[in-house]
Design a protein around this ligand. Structure first.
Ligand SMILES: [Zn+2]
Ligand SMILES: [Zn+2]
Length: 341
C-alpha cells in the first residue's frame, strides 16, 4: 500500500509499505479523505511544528475519514463497510486530566501524526491504517467522506467556542479566515452569537467566511477602525499572528473574553499585559477537543453543519506534494484533502 512520509524539511516521499496487521479491539481502515492541516504543512515545509521536530520518518495526517476494511476479535462498535470519522486522539483514560473529563490535556496523550513523542505517533496519510475501535465513529446517511474528514477541525472550533462560555446574544470577532476561523464562525453561530465579524489579510478567506455565515468581514491590513474600537464581547484568535492577538485585545470590550485557538509562533511574544488587567479581559487557550469530536460528527452527519464551502480539492496520495503546495497557498485554498485511489 502507499504511505506518505515526511523524512525531513521539504522531503516528502510516497513509499510502498505492508498493510498493517490488526489485534483484538482494533480496526483496519481504508482512507476515505485526509485533510492537510497547518501542523502537517509545518512538518513538511519546516521539518518541525513549533518545538516538535521530525526526528524519524513521520506519516502526517490527523483529520481523516475512512471505510472499515477489517475488524479484529471483540470489535462491536463498527462492522466491515461502515463509513467512519476517525478520532486522532488516544488519551490514556487513567490520568487525573482524563478522569476529570479533560482528556485532551491527558498526561500520556498519543495524538496521531505528531512528532511530540519519540518514536513519533504515525498519522493517517496512507492507504490503510489501524485504529482502536473507540477511535472510530460510524455514520449513516449520505454525507461524503470528504465532509466527514472535517469532524476533527470542527471539533477544534466547537471546543474553542465551548471555552468562551455562553455566546447567546454576544457579538463575536474571529481573526483569521482559514479552516479553523471559518469553522469557528459556524460554531459561534450554532452557539447563539448575534453576529460574527471576521478579519484576515487575504480576500479569499474572507469570501469563505461570508459563505459560512460571517455577518461582516474586513481586511486586517487596512486602517479599518473596527479592530481598534472595543465593541466585541468575545474574540477568537485563529490566525496565529501577534498583530491579530493585539487586535483582539483592542477590539474586545471591557470584561470580554479572548480565546486563543490558532497556533502562535513558538517564540515568546511581547504584548501589553496591562490591557488584560485594566480591561479585565479573560485570555483563554483552547487546545484540541474532548467530547466536541462526538458533537462534530453528529453536526456534519445530520447536515446541521455544512462544511462544503471549505473544501477546496482532493488529490490522490501519489500527488501529496502537489496537494501540500496548494494547501499552503491561502489565496487558492482552504482545506485540501488526500484520498486513496
Ligand atoms: Zn488539524
Ligand atoms: Zn490521560
Amino acid at each position: 500500500m502507499l504511505t506518505c512520509r515526511i523524512h525531513a524539511k521539504d522531503d516528502l516521499r510516497i513509499e510502498t509499505t505492508d498493510e498493517p496487521a490488526i489485534a483484538p479491539g482494533q480496526v483496519l481502515i481504508r482512507l476515505g479523505a485526509g485533510g492537510i492541516c497547518g501542523s502537517d504543512l509545518h512538518y513538511y515545509f519546516e521539518g518541525r511544528n513549533g518545538s516538535f521536530v521530525v526526528r524519524e520518518p513521520l506519516i502526517p495526517g490527523h483529520e481523516a475519514s475512512g471505510v472499515v476494511a477489517k475488524i479484529g476479535p471483540g470489535v462491536t462498535r463498527v462492522k466491515v463497510g461502515d463509513r467512519i470519522a476517525v478520532s486522532p486522539s488516544h488519551a490514556c483514560g487513567a490520568c487525573d486530566y482524563c478522569r476529570e473529563g479533560r482528556e485532551h490535556l491527558c498526561r500520556n496523550m498519543r495524538f496521531l501524526g505528531s512528532a511530540s513523542l519519540y518514536p513519533h505517533v504515525q498519522g493517517m496519510f496512507c492507504e490503510s491504517f489501524v485504529m482502536a475501535e473507540r477511535q472510530c465513529y460510524p455514520v449513516t446517511g449520505d454525507v461524503s467522506l470528504g465532509e466527514l474528514a472535517m469532524a476533527e477541525p470542527l471539533a477544534v472550533a466547537l471546543h474553542g467556542v465551548n471555552r468562551a462560555g455562553d455566546l447567546l446574544g454576544k457579538r463575536v470577532l474571529v481573526t483569521g479566515g482559514g479552516t479553523i476561523g471559518c469553522l469557528t464562525v459556524i460554531a459561534a453561530r450554532l452557539a447563539g452569537a448575534t453576529s460574527v465579524t471576521v478579519s484576515d489579510v487575504l480576500d479569499r478567506p474572507l469570501a469563505t467566511a461570508r459563505a459560512v455565515g460571517a455577518a461582516r468581514t474586513l481586511r486586517a491590513d487596512t486602517q479599518d477602525e473596527t479592530l481598534a474600537t472595543p465593541q466585541f464581547d468575545v474574540a477568537f484568535e485563529a490566525s496565529g499572528s501577534l498583530a491579530a492577538l493585539k487586535a483582539c485585545m483592542a477590539a474586545t470590550k471591557r470584561g470580554g473574553i479572548i480565546v486563543q485557538i490558532g497556533t502562535l509562533p513558538h517564540e515568546p511574544l511581547p504584548f501589553v499585559v496591562n490591557e488584560i488587567m485594566s480591561k479585565e479581559l479573560d485570555l483563554r487557550g483552547a487546545f484540541r477537543w474532548g467530547i466536541e469530536f462526538d458533537w462534530a460528527v453528529e453536526y456534519i452527519a445530520s447536515g446541521r453543519v455544512d462544511v462544503k464551502p471549505l473544501l477546496s480539492g482532493q488529490f490522490p496520495l501519489q500527488d501529496a506534494v502537489k496537494a501540500f503546495q496548494l494547501a499552503k497557498d491561502k489565496t487558492r485554498s482552504t482545506k485540501v484533502q488526500l484520498i486513496a485511489t
